[in-house]
Design a protein around this ligand. Structure first.
Ligand code: FA5
Length: 517
């Protein structure tokens, strides 16, 4: 305990010591002004020392806010001449009912005042309007001889100029409530009064004795040079002191996960590849054996580009083989789709709908054995939901080698998701370009449903033969935003693109990045 007190004293700033000392002679409750006077200090150091003494539990700073009200120039005018509705009521007291225009004239009000007056006449139930005629009510007649509470307060303020609104009577409070509703009638000035009160702990510090020697917190060049630093008294360092929160810049969580995914595939020995976002339908659909009337090509799903409307096709022989595969299977051993393939449809420019086109391009240019992955943005005309975006990222991968099979595909995907901390399940699926095909899913407890994370399969001969690939090829395409959503524990995929600074700042820097071995 004594050690604790000594440490606290050691960490006190000279201003804090001075403020505490004031309690020694003047009592346990002081105004900042009393401290200023007795300790010969300015108000700023007194208040800042009071703040830090309070955070150390040595004093209490009590605040009392006073409201002082006075009349504005308009308020003064109304107090002298009567509120506009009162002036109208007086006229109605003589005439009972008058057309609005005449009433305004007789009450000597201008147009804007007249509006206010009519409004308040209704509000106070002093009059009613019947087809443009204003008629006094019973309440209005009763109000003729006596002041309302707002008027009582106006009179009082006219008399006394200022009034401290402390524990007001019912009449004054009601009058105040009515007057503050009207703009610019009364001015309200708030003043805060502080009282400093020493605590038990503060007393103990005082009793232990405080030495008013200035303690060094920063050294000057000359103190170092002359050796004066050796004789200085140093203030203790409070390592628990409050500090301002600050948020260093950091990578966006989605970007972090993309980097993590890239790391995983690079570590598994995959080569990274990229492809264009603006693609031809040929690479996006045709060479993946998606028939030209396939639902996914329709306008709901695919963004077709107006300019450039067409994209360049690869060499004629590849285009020819792909077309043939669609029409009758060509040399693939398949019957194809059995329709007339159109080269013009294949030339259409699209925003790629998946990254599988990068794999097709890669296979057309590289010979197996190979392992390739690619990360990129894809686009679909989708209705936005908690799990759907019109623009999102996929990671795509292929492995091509003589002895590659479907089990290897499941193994790679399991391993990939395991490294990210997920356990996924596989279910049979259909893609026009793979057989066997599968989809991996993960359970979302809060939605009580399974969410699909990616599609995969073995490329069909109708894809591989035209590209000149003679080995089996396993392929997968996985959504990244959905992974990120689960990884970051967010319930809505849109959060990733909201730039919600509060959320981004509070995300731990390490989240989603500690790789398992
Ligand atoms: C494909 O895109 C296939 N190309 C995957 C593939 C590649 C299959 C290679 C076979 C071989 P799919 O349309 O299911 O499949 O999309 C794959 C993943 O992208 C989905 O599982 C999901 O995680 C993600 N995804 C799809 N649509 C959206 C969307 N609108 N918003 C966010 N993520 C989406």
């Amino acid at each position: 305990m004594a050690e604790d007190i000594n440490r606290i004293i050691d960490e006190l700033h000279i201003y804090e010591k001075k403020v505490l000392k004031a309690f020694e002679s003047l009592g346990s409750k002081l105004s900042p002004e009393e401290v200023m006077e007795s300790q010969k200090m300015d108000i700023k150091p007194v208040m800042s020392a009071a703040g830090s003494l309070e955070s150390k539990g040595l004093i209490k700073v009590n605040k009392k806010v006073d409201e002082v009200i006075s009349l504005s120039s308009v308020g003064k005018l109304y107090a002298e001449e009567g509120l506009p509705e009162r002036r109208m009521l007086k006229v109605l007291g003589e005439k009972e009912a008058l057309p609005m225009g005449e009433l305004t004239k007789k009450a000597k009000l201008d147009k804007s005042e007249s509006k206010i007056a009519i409004g308040w006449l209704m509000r106070k139930r002093w009059a009613v309007i019947d087809q443009g005629t204003v008629k006094i009510t019973e309440d209005g007649k009763n109000a003729l001889g006596k002041n309302e509470n707002d008027e009582v307060l106006l009179d009082k303020l006219l008399e006394s100029q200022k009034m401290l609104l402390f524990n007001p009577s019912k009449i004054i409070q009601q009058g105040y409530d009515l007057l503050v509703k009207r703009k610019g009638l009364i001015d309200v000035k708030k003043t805060t009064k502080h009282t400093l009160e020493i605590t038990q702990k503060g007393m103990e510090i005082l009793d232990a004795g405080i030495d008013l020697v200035e303690a060094a917190t920063q050294l000057t060049h000359s103190q170092l040079k002359t050796g004066e630093w050796k004789n200085l008294k140093y203030r203790g360092y409070d390592v628990h002191a409050e500090y301002p929160e600050f948020f260093p810049g950091k990578m966006h969580p989605l970007r972090r996960i993309i980097e993590e995914i890239r790391d995983i595939f690079l570590n598994l020995g995959f080569t990274e590849s990229r492809g264009p976002i603006l693609e031809s339908a040929f690479w996006n659909f045709d060479c993946l054996f998606q028939p030209q009337d396939h639902a996914a090509r329709e306008m709901q799903d695919t963004f077709y580009i107006k300019n450039p409307q067409h994209s360049k096709l690869p060499a004629d022989d590849l285009v020819g083989r792909v077309g043939q595969a669609h029409e009758d299977g060509g040399a693939t051993g398949s019957e194809g789709w059995g329709y007339q393939w159109d080269k013009e449809v294949a030339r259409q420019s699209v925003l790629r709908t998946h990254t599988t086109c990068v794999s097709a391009r890669f296979l057309s240019e590289n010979k197996p054995p190979l392992k390739m992955f690619s990360v990129g943005r894809v686009f679909r005309r989708e209705t936005i939901t908690y799990k759907h975006l019109p623009e999102f990222h996929q990671v795509e991968g292929i492995v091509a080698a003589e002895d590659i099979n479907f089990r290897n595909l499941l193994g790679i995907l399991k391993e990939f998701y395991k490294k990210l901390g997920f356990e996924v399940r596989f279910r049979p699926a259909y893609f026009p370009y793979t057989y066997l095909s599968t989809e991996c899913e993960i359970y979302l407890p809060e939605k009580e449903s399974w969410i699909e994370l990616g599609g995969a399969g073995m490329f069909r001969p109708e894809v591989l033969e035209p590209l000149g690939v003679e080995t089996p090829v396993l392929a997968f395409g996985l959504g990244i935003e959905r992974l990120a959503m689960i990884r970051l524990g967010i319930k809505d995929i849109r959060m990733l693109y909201k730039s919600d600074l509060g959320w981004l700042r509070n995300l731990p820097v390490t989240q989603g990045i500690d790789l398992e071995d």
